[in-house]
Unconditional design. Sequence first.
Length: 56
Amino acid sequence: MENQAEKPTEIQIAVRLKGELADKVKAMAEAEDRSFAYIATRLIKEAVEARGWKMD
């Protein structure tokens, strides 16, 4: 029997931000010359780590 490595979970999301939150994410993306998706992913990772959950 073949030893299959377990695939990591993957999700895709579409998020619409409005108002002050959208302004702040836009400012962060522009200041760092990054995409909105990159900033959103980083903020989610930071929130997960702040809860004490380990990230690979």
